[in-house]
Design a protein around this ligand. Structure first.
Ligand code: ASP
Ligand code: MG
Length: 453
């Protein structure tokens, strides 16, 4: 079986939903669990509506409610469902809309917005999108059953970031899925992001939580693959907005993606699909608008024979803060302890810490805590306006790779760089002053990557 998760942009307008229908239709002989987000913008609007209601802003309440209502009713009109299903979906959607309206009136009168009420209100986004897709698929002759995530996804509390009760959730999803399968429904639809607490009150995961829901269900059902359908064609060799020749990477490990996302790339963060990683379930990132493409397949491991650089990302406006290490052993450990205190206390990011014998260099976007801690009693210096290029790949440090590393060094050492670090098998970091033509090194390395993958 496969889990297919469609994000908010995949179900926003009727032509997106049609694409989703076509994708499901092409796979309709397989066993599928479809996990859906709310239509894009709806969760935001529901949250604003909750605040507007608590603050008694009647005009704003009305306009936000109308926006939600009109968006979904228009979506249904444009999908042109057969009469029977059109009646069904309008009934379903109207009853959800009534519930939203009643809840908001309650919040307004009580002037109180509890975590539980907010969760119950915001969960309606996913209830709306799934009611529409389920009826639309039926109207197109694609038999399916709509599950209620509130009866399946069990969370420990009702607040965001609530923890999943894996044991209960596993039991529930397995039971529901196999029972429906047995009754002949091989396509089942469920809301992402929402669930219920131990008292059966509606609860939600943190924002963007539908990927996590898909990963939980996929892991518990031992899916052969979890597909995350979004609006880009997988993970690219670099941000396509910078270089139009950026290519989709066919296969990557979760560790590679972690490096990329830490260094500023807007890609699926591995933590959002952690249960899939733990259960060793492959995750494929695909584009709803271009379904014929293979996207990117993410797995835990990749054969050792494959070693290549896949992607590059660049972060700018960083600092290299250097501290000269005192020779006494205890003062050295004091430096390290103080650095970790700084890391815990600042809101900034510490991207790399590199320790030599005589010096420690820290690459960060915020040096204020470091300089107040070290500048007085230690020898320090700072280089600002630093760009860091992060090259990400597979099996980079294998000895058979000397050719690859050699080719890369030939490019890098034409430039005046500050630091070069190969810390693990997945990443090479290069730091340089932005003024030393970091853009052109970025471009040269990216061209090298796309010519070799
Ligand atoms: N609808 C929720 C949100 O906007 C969950 C999701 O889309 O993943 O955060
Ligand atoms: Mg998302």
């Amino acid at each position: 079986m496969k889990v297919l998760k469609f994000g908010g942009t995949s179900v926003q307008f009727h032509d997106n939903m049609k694409q989703v229908k076509n994708i499901i239709s092409d796979m309709q002989n397989e066993q599928l669990l479809i996990v859906l987000s709310a239509c894009r913008g709806t969760t935001d609007n529901l949250l604003k509506l909750a605040e507007a209601s608590a603050n008694n802003h009647s005009d704003l309440m009305q306009s936000l409610f109308n926006e939600i209502k009109n968006h979904h009713l228009e979506l249904i009109t444009n999908l042109k469902l057969d009469n029977e299903f059109n009646v069904n979906v309008i009934n379903d959607v109207n009853s959800i809309l009534n519930q939203i309206e009643n809840m908001c009136e309650g919040i307004r009168l009580l002037k109180e917005l509890t975590i539980r009420t907010r969760a119950t209100l915001v969960a309606n986004g996913e209830l709306l999108s799934t009611a529409i897709l389920s009826n639309y698929l039926k109207s197109c002759g694609i038999n399916n059953v709509l599950l209620d995530a509130r009866e399946i996804m069990k969370l420990y509390y009702s607040n965001a970031d609530s923890l999943v009760n894996f044991e209960k959730t596993s039991e529930n999803i397995k039971k529901a899925f196999t029972q429906n399968l047995y009754s002949g429904f091989n396509i089942q639809i469920i809301q992402g992001f929402i669930g219920s607490d131990p008292m059966n009150n509606t609860a939600v995961l943190s924002r963007g939580g539908s990927d996590y829901s898909a990963a939980v269900f996929g892991a518990e059902l031992q899916a052969e693959e979890i597909q995350i359908w979004t609006d880009v064609s997988g993970i690219f060799s670099t941000d396509p907005r910078f270089f139009s020749n950026a290519k989709t990477i066919e296969r990557m490990t979760f560790s590679e993606v972690k490096e990329l996302s830490a260094f500023g790339a807007k890609v699926l963060h591995p933590d959002t699909v952690k249960p899939a990683i733990v259960a060793n379930i492959p995750v494929r990132v695909l584009n709803t608008h271009s379904p014929q493409e293979n996207g990117t397949l993410l797995t835990n491991n990749i054969e050792e024979s494959i070693s290549q650089i896949d992607a590059i990302t660049m972060l700018k406006s960083l600092n290299i803060f250097s501290i000269t290490i005192p020779s006494e052993r205890e003062r050295k450990s004091e430096v390290i302890r103080k650095i970790s205190e700084c890391m815990n206390q600042t809101s900034g990011n510490y991207f790399l810490i590199s320790q030599g014998i005589s010096e420690i260099k820290i690459i960060t976007d915020n040096i204020s805590r470091l300089s107040s801690t070290f500048s007085k009693n230690y020898l320090t210096s700072n280089l600002s306006d630093v760009a860091v290029l992060c090259l990400v790949g597979k099996n980079l440090t294998y000895s058979s790779n000397s050719k690859l590393l050699n080719n890369i060094s030939n490019i890098i050492f034409k430039y005046n760089i500050e630091m070069l670090e190969i810390i693990n098998n997945n990443a090479i970091y290069i730091a340089m002053n932005t003024l030393e033509n970091s853009n052109s090194l970025y471009e040269e390395l990216h061209n090298f990557i796309i010519n070799s993958i």
